[in-house]
Design a protein around this ligand. Structure first.
Ligand code: TPP
Length: 622
């Protein structure tokens, strides 16, 4: 029974509730989160941890006039429930449903859309400066996790906030966890506050002193007194004070009255940027999530099965493990995703040779570049969408110097329900334009093993992009072999049309060819394997006989594999060849299951067959 939650249509409805009712509301919200998110899939543990914080924020601030900006946005479900989106909550992460992140087009209570980490402080500063330049007076609050705050962009933004001294509130939601435990020296510093009870005692003392003071500059006094009370302890607050913030904390993030007191103080303090350090427990209130916050960070949707077939990520990690046993100079790097890309398997055996660098994609790439200069072979395992962050590092630090970094690009192509911010549909385009970089995609998980071995031996930068989820279930060769760089393979012969497919589209292209045969159209199917260098010999040779070429890729058609093929044919004077490129059109790919989206873009077998049939003349022999 969601007696209270059902009465909340917007944040104003929270204001008249008693503390007792708020407790009840928090428990109803948790019930709703567990019921819905275990069905739709999503970021359960992160949201369970911010129930009280979100309630307190919406009671003390006046959204949408005040701007509440959630970093990453994966923990904004409670905010959604309280800002008029409760009735659509069952559609979370579904096709045409509510986004799993914040989205400006979804609600006026989402002043900034997100999905990638570490953007909130920059966006908040932009809003605060805009407010000041326009002579307005609303509040701007960025809520950022201890994982996201390690991202370079967040640190760059904090640096500027302190420099400008703008009136801005940063709330650190510190639960000690990124997806895995947060790593790095900043994380260590924060954990001192979390685990040393003397900070809480000193804070209680500070609160007592504060209440004895007259109104006015209370916050400043508080931070000074708390600070002096803590001399002799390591002083994490000093870091934020020195960066130009007034620090308040640590605050128990599950105690609504304490949160409200702290947020009121920073709201009413206009002299400097403020930093509120809130301690929360990831998964709070739901025992399975509290005890395994890593698994419950992102739970799968009900019914989503992997059919017992290993995922591409698992095959990747098993291959890394095998190669690492043979080659002591092989190391692996992950920006905060050792679970998602399965490198935790390798880390268990080689803890010294697997580096979780935090949510720091740019650093991950240049760190790898540095390792290569001393004869090491780094494999940077990274999701396609997050590699976008490191575009210049790939160009400037790796490829310009032709350094042999291996990029293992997970979640290439359509990823599904995480939606627009997470689709991996640009990498072929943004990688193939970079000189010196070899860009490949395996047709199945077995080929992934061989391509990885090839990349480790390549002596040049090489990217391998592979899709999300389970492989095709093909047998895995026990011996690894090198694949000739820039060479594709013909998988099927036919003289009416040639389908050149890459990566995950090879299997549906083969299926489409069967379907076409039943319509009297015989198709050649090529597993291109490389988007760069293209197998120009094979492609030109094919076009001597076949004048209709269809390219298929789970990537933007703009600048993608197909565009490379068209360019090659044009440069080779093959103007008599008709080329059709199937891929993602010039738009951001919405959320939905991979199956729905592949069907929408004609990337499944049926869609490929249909598009081939509509090619002029393809039916001629039928
Ligand atoms: C640029 C980027 N890299 C990686 C991710 C994947 N990711 C999503 S949430 C998350 C952990 C965030 O940790 P934290 O900010 O502490 O939030 P918590 O879930 O612990 O509340 C990561 C690594 C991302 N969203 N963006």
């Amino acid at each position: 029974m969601l007696r209270l939650l059902n009465k909340i249509d917007n944040p104003k409805d929270l204001k008249g509730l008693t503390q007792l009712q708020l407790k009840q509301l928090a428990s109803e919200i948790r019930e709703e989160l567990v019921t819905r998110v275990t069905a739709t899939g999503g970021h359960l543990a992160s949201n369970l941890g911010v129930v009280e914080l979100t309630i307190a924020l919406h009671r003390i601030f006046d959204s949408p006039r005040d701007k509440i900006i959630w970093d990453v946005g994966h923990q904004s479900y409670v905010h959604k429930l309280l800002t008029g989106r409760k009735h659509r909550f069952a559609s979370l992460r579904q096709y045409k449903g509510l986004s799993g992140f914040t989205s400006r087009s979804e609600s006026q209570h989402d002043p900034f859309g997100a999905g990638h980490a570490s953007t909130s402080v920059s966006a908040a500063l932009g809003m605060a400066i805009a407010r000041d330049l326009s002579g307005d007076d609303y509040h701007v609050v960025a809520i950022i996790g201890d994982g996201a705050i390690t991202g370079g962009m967040a640190l760059e933004a904090l640096n500027q906030v302190g420099h400008l001294g703008s009136r801005l509130i940063v709330v650190l939601n510190d639960n000690g966890m990124s997806i895995s435990p947060t790593v790095g020296s900043l994380a260590k510093l924060l954990s001192k506050v979390r685990f040393d009870p003397r900070y809480y005692r000193a804070k209680e003392e500070g609160k007592r002193l504060l209440n004895a003071l007259p109104l006015g500059n209370r916050l400043w006094q508080l931070s000074q007194r708390v600070e002096s009370g803590l001399k002799g302890l390591v002083m994490p607050s000093v870091v934020w004070e020195e960066l130009g913030f007034t620090y308040l904390g640590p605050i128990d993030g599950h105690n609504i009255p304490d949160l409200e007191t702290a947020l009121t103080q920073v709201r009413d303090y206009h002299l400097k940027p403020t930093f509120v350090h809130v301690i929360t427990t990831k998964g709070k209130g739901y025992l399975p999530a509290e005890s395994d916050a890593v698994y419950f960070h992102g739970v799968p949707a009900k019914g989503g099965s992997t059919k017992g077939i290993p995922t591409y990520s698992e095959v990747f990690a098993q291959t890394v493990l095998r190669l690492a046993r043979e080659n002591p100079r092989l190391v692996a790097i992950t920006p905060a995703m050792p679970e998602g890309n399965c490198l935790s398997i390798v880390e268990a055996e080689f803890p010294q040779r697997v580096f979780d660098v935090g949510i720091c994609e740019q650093h991950a790439v240049t760190f790898a570049a540095g390792l290569t200069t001393q004869g090491f072979i780094p494999i940077v395992a990274i999701y396609s969408t997050f590699l976008q962050r490191a575009f210049d590092q790939i160009i400037h630090d790796v490829c310009l110097q032709d350094l042999p970094v291996v990029f293992a690009i997970d979640r290439g192509g359509i990823v599904g329900d995480d939606g627009k911010t997470h689709q991996g549909t640009f990498d072929i385009s943004y990688l193939t334009l970079i000189p010196n970089l070899i860009v490949s995609a395996p047709k199945d998980e077995n080929e992934l093993q061989h391509l990885l071995y090839t990349a480790v031996e390549a002596g040049h930068p090489m990217a391998i992009r592979y899709p999300r989820d389970s492989g095709l279930g093909v047998p895995l060769d026990t011996e690894l072999h090198l694949i000739p760089i820039g060479k594709g393979e013909v998988l099927r012969h036919g003289e009416d049309v040639a389908i050149l497919a890459i990566g995950a589209t090879v299997a549906p292209a083969l299926e489409a060819a069967q379907e076409l045969a039943s319509h009297g159209v015989e198709a050649t199917v090529v597993n291109a394997r490389f988007a760069k260098p293209l197998d120009s010999e094979l492609i030109i040779d094919l076009t001597n006989r076949i004048k209709r070429i269809v390219t298929v890729e789970e990537n933007a058609v703009t600048g993608g594999f197909g565009s490379g093929v068209a360019d090659l044919l044009q440069k080779s004077g093959r103007c008599d060849v008709q080329v059709k490129s199937i891929g993602i059109p010039d738009e951001f790919t919405e959320q939905g299951t991979q199956a729905i989206l592949r069907s929408k873009y004609g990337l499944d077998a049926k869609g490929i067959a249909q598009q081939v049939l509509t090619l002029s003349g393809a039916r001629a022999r039928a």
